[in-house]
Design a protein. Sequence first.
Length: 119
Amino acid sequence: MQVTTPLSNALTQYLDLTAEQMKLTAENMANVDTPGYKTKGFDFEQEFMRQMTASNGSGQAGVQAEQVDGLVSRPDGNNVSMDREGVQLAKAQLQFKLGVELLKNEYSTVMSAIHAEAK
């Protein structure tokens, strides 16, 4: 039996999107020395709202990553900034930890309600 709530569904999607942010950041970092590589990214808040609207919280609708504007390109055309990517990774890690804690709290609330019903 699977127990879900609208909040747990939204938090699951939040965690999935955060994981996608970490993957994209890792991809950017892995390509720091690739000539011509352009940094990819997405606005987390806008993407989360788009996905929640597109799927009504019932599954990931796919991330729409784009090239990041405003970064300085090196002579080889690569514009990956390890400083920027480090900040992005730290932000994504904090978001993931927050999502996990909120999801644990939601499931704790659900479990309390189930146990209250049993009494």
